[in-house]
Design a protein around this ligand. Structure first.
Ligand code: ZN
Length: 288
């Protein structure tokens, strides 16, 4: 365990494998900006360490990640951080779209793209909730191995928003499944996610870590440059299938939705915090 790693994200190495772990289990690893920057620092550390061949992204506790922090006492959207992902001005002290677009370009879309494009394989090891902003972290990895208790959902259409900022939905599953996923906000089980191609393997919860570590070790036996070029090849192919340009165009729709909410509702999230989202989910489950 590194003594330099911020406590909201831990970093450890096991031979050629770095394990980066989200560490806010009390809040189901909800991401505030502090987490985002700690995660970025951990990923950079693993990339810069020549001994590390593969990175595993994990979540401490029962859940991988319940999403962006929209309601814990440590929510930090009004704080300034040294920007890493995009060259933009600070969102703090700006208003409306000027603030939101700057912030989300950096901490959400920019960061996830940055992690997707690192030159080393990164595997998402997912148990429990992988919801909304949690999807973005798992999708930025090269592939996902899930425990049988994992579930996936993007319920932000309840806020009137067309999906999370890193809009990979139609690429990580097929477009019709992506519509169902978003229109219903339903939780897709690990098995369903595997059927749709979003998840590579589903294993019993007790076997998750060992399965991922075994795969990471096998991948580590490959030549580093070979892995890097292969990763880039697949990512480029995915971008030629429209992922990057698609995400850019949807990011505009995402911000139109935030702006609409701010204009006609109480705030850019339509007045829904984590508790409100949970209540809305319960209500719609009751309506079926
Ligand atoms: Zn947003």
């Amino acid at each position: 365990m590194s003594d330099q790693a911020p406590e909201v994200v831990t970093y450890e190495t096991r031979g050629p494998v770095a394990v980066v772990t989200l560490n806010r289990p009390r809040y189901r690893n909800a991401q505030n900006s502090k987490v985002t920057y700690a995660l970025d620092a951990a990923v950079v550390k693993a990339v810069n360490d020549d001994e590390i061949k593969v990175i595993v992204l994990a979540g401490a506790g029962d859940h991988f990640c319940a999403g962006h922090d929209i309601g814990t006492p440590e929510r930090d959207i009004d704080e300034s951080f040294e920007r890493k992902a995009v060259i933009w001005y600070d969102h703090v002290g700006k208003q409306g779209v000027d603030s939101r677009f700057a912030r989300e370009s950096e901490v959400y879309l920019g960061m996830c793209r940055r992690w997707r494009e690192i030159p080393k394989p990164m595997i998402a090891m997912v148990q429990g909730a992988c919801v909304a902003g949690g999807l973005m972290l798992a999708w930025a990895c090269d592939f996902i191995v899930a425990a049988d208790d994992a579930f996936f959902a993007d319920p932000v259409v309840r806020m009137g928003i067309p999906g999370v900022e890193y809009f990979a939905h139609p690429w990580v599953m097929n477009p019709r499944a992506a519509k169902e996923f978003l229109y219903t906000a339903d939780r897709f089980t690990a098995d369903r996610a595997r059927e749709l191609g979003m998840v590579n393997h589903v294993v019993p919860r007790a076997d998750l870590e060992q399965t991922v570590m075994d795969m990471a070790q096998r991948i580590s036996a490959m030549p580093r440059l070979g892995l890097t070029l292969t990763k880039k090849a697949i990512n480029q192919a995915e971008d030629l299938m429209g992922l990057r340009a698609g995400m850019d165009s949807v990011f505009g729709l995402h911000h139109a939705a935030h702006a609409h909410n701010a204009e006609v509702n109480v705030d850019s999230l339509a007045g829904l915090d984590a508790r409100g989202m949970a209540a809305a989910a319960k209500q719609s489950a009751g309506a079926v």
